[in-house]
Design a protein around this ligand. Structure first.
Ligand code: C2E
Ligand code: CA
Ligand code: CA
Ligand code: CA
Length: 275
């Protein structure tokens, strides 16, 4: 082992340099992806808990890089946020999703993930209006999914923007509920139409009694604010039964379907139900 500090610093520099190179690499690749239309949206069905009927789809971005292959949004979205490309990528997602959704039956809505930086940019409300108008989609068929982290920097600013969007008829969902900085205080501002219970709770509730109590409490709280409750990442029949019994209104997860290409979504409307 090196006992002098210089060896350690040299390692540190190398690691840092690698990170910077990787970042620059990714930034270049992301710009190229936008310019060359490498992104795609896949759609995961959101299913009513009462009867197996699709009520909407969540749009999830996909990136097949020509040489690197499929890259996970969990990996490249944070990079896009850091290098300032999230506004451009987010705008592309919104436009694509609104245009796609307009081709579905009119009772089917689309849910779009919105990054905090994107939501808080002054151009956002106009961008949404533009995407709806260009896609000829009614605002009540669009749902925006945000996470609790939107409240970290400018909570009041975020609330103002969300209210403005809601006044246009757009629904707002609180995504990944319970995983981050918990903003119970914001629940009672009656700003969210929907709460999405994170997959980690769904899985734990299938294993531990205590976790069931937590989901029960979340459902009770959200219901008292008249929110729609969606359980995310439901994979097994046991989890499905549990989430139904606990009073969740909607189910999303591999038990019904993985995210699918846009063209495949139409097969679901041809059948009576999703099973
Ligand atoms: P998220 O918004 O929480 O999306 C749900 C993720 O869980 C998706 O991963 C989905 O494919 C996955 N999933 C759904 N059901 C199941 C299940 O039953 N089991 C398991 N194991 N996973 C399930 P995906 O598509 O890889 O997206 C990861 C994250 O990337 C998303 O998490 C979201 O935070 C972000 N993301 C994806 N698309 C966009 C986008 O267009 N814009 C922004 N800002 N973020 C996006
Ligand atoms: Ca989401
Ligand atoms: Ca989620
Ligand atoms: Ca997530």
């Amino acid at each position: 082992a090196k006992s002098d500090g210089r060896g350690i610093y040299r390692h540190f520099d190398l690691d840092l340099q690698k990170k910077i190179d990787h970042r620059l690499d990714m930034e270049r690749a992301l710009r190229e992806a936008l310019a060359e239309d490498q992104f795609e949206l896949h759609y995961q069905p959101i299913v009513s808990a009462q009867k197996p009927q699709v009520v909407g789809f969540e749009a999830l971005i996909r990136w097949d890089h020509p040489t690197r292959g499929r890259m996970s949004p969990a990996e490249f979205i944070p990079v896009a946020e850091e290098v300032g490309l999230i506004a451009d990528i987010g705008a592309w997602v919104l436009r694509r999703a609104c245009a796609d959704a307009a081709a579905w039956p009119s009772h089917i809505s689309v849910s779009v993930n919105v990054s905090p930086l994107q939501l808080l940019s002054s151009a956002f409300p106009n961008l949404v209006g533009d995407a709806l108008a260009k896609g000829r989609l009614s605002p009540n068929r669009l749902e925006l999914e945000v996470t609790e982290s939107i409240f970290l920097t400018d909570g009041d600013g975020a609330l103002k923007i969300l209210k403005q969007l809601q006044m246009q008829g757009i629904r707002i969902a609180l995504d990944d509920f319970g995983t981050g900085y918990s903003s119970l205080g914001y629940l009672n501002k009656a700003i969210f139409n929907k709460l999405k219970i994170d997959r980690s709770f769904v899985r734990e509730a299938g294993i531990k009694k205590e976790a069931v109590l937590i989901v029960q409490a979340i459902v009770a709280l959200a219901s008292s604010f008249n929110m729609t409750i969606t359980a995310e990442g439901v994979e097994t029949a046991d989890e499905l039964k549990l989430m139904r019994d606990l009073g969740c209104h909607q189910i999303q997860g591999y038990i019904y379907s993985k995210p699918m290409p846009f063209q495949k979504t139409f097969e679901l409307f041809e059948k009576k139900d999703t099973r």
